[in-house]
Write a protein that binds this ligand. Sequence first.
Ligand code: CTP
Length: 403
Amino acid sequence: QIGRCGDELGVKVFVVGGFVRDLLLDLPNLDLDIVVEGDGIAFAEHYARQHQCRVRAHQKFGTAVIVLPDEFKVDVASTRVEFYLEPAALPTVENASIKLDLYRRDFTINTLAISLNGERFGEIHDFFGGLRDLRQKAIRVLHNLSFVEDPTRVFRAVRFEQRLEFHIGKQTEHLIRSAVRMGFLERLGGPRLLSELQHILEEEHPYPAIERLSQLDLLKFLHPSLDLPVDCEDLFDRATRSLNWFDLLYTEESCQRWLVYLLCLVTRLDDDAMQGLCDRLSIPGRYRSLLADERHRAHGVLKGMRRRWRQARRKPRNSDLYVWFEGFSIETLLYLMARIETEDVRRWVSLYVTRLRDEKSWIDGEDLKKMGIPPGPQYKEILRRVLLARLDGKATTREEEIA
Ligand code: CTP
């Protein structure tokens, strides 16, 4: 249908980039990137009129997103060359042909295009050796200035290398090391750096990429004192198991996997360094309290739990668990599970997640009023104490709670 629409408008249409790469590698990919040799926005609007879709256009970049009735999205771009006015700046856009459009991309394996027009449907265009590099399992840039133009590509190279189980080509690795040495990555803005880190930490198994970042001396751009903790692989492994455990049990409740892995990565940083990392990455306010105050409190709780286990070797009261973990986000709780090596102690956290955290006292403010207690802020504390007593088995019915 996309090709037919191109035929009607007399423009050549291609599917390009990650979709083609993954198609040839037989991997799933639902992100369809279309490039139109001509006006991509006019194309998207024509397609949308015929197929009852919505279009969101960005005139400035000559791009559009077609939103299909089932919310599936197709990105449409006009062929263009991007001029980077200075390293690490946003590109300026001008019209050009498909080959030039592909030339501005990051790696050869992402420069493959497939024609969608009538008779040429399915024809592969390989201008820069992408097919060879797919066969050789190599991540290679197209030209020597690639990382200078866009330093985020350093992180992308590592992410693709580890995800696809490819290797970064020799010359490309040399260019990465030069970019690191020459400090190009320091010019990267916090939000772009965060976004790349987030993409890496959202991979199914992020540890190998983290190890590779460390090997290429890239972790220091997140914070000068950040290196790979000695037991980092085991920590990430336990984090994966905790996350998978949670996903299986709570299909409706979402959890930000990248935050759990980030907490693991920075586990040895002290509070000041953590603050510095949050500033460098321009971490948004909503995550800051989790990464600063909550993390600080969690480390205190962790110490307390270890002490308790050494001294008593048995489960604390439910009310203790409740008080320790109360108010923690699910990300912090799963991070705690990852930090604990002892199975028995880990169960204290999982018990809180599965049973205790959603508990409320059976009685409420109305009951307290009926008992003649004057309403006020003390209600919250009374109900909390009632709940803590019940969690320890001191009440098994509503009546016992009232008593
Ligand atoms: N691209 C680039 N430089 C960047 C980011 C993106 O050249 N810094 C190009 C790549 O060629 C890529 C395309 O833009 O194929 C689309 O980007 P993105 O959706 O991030 O890449 P995918 O290859 O689809 O990656 P993923 O599979 O992770 O979605």
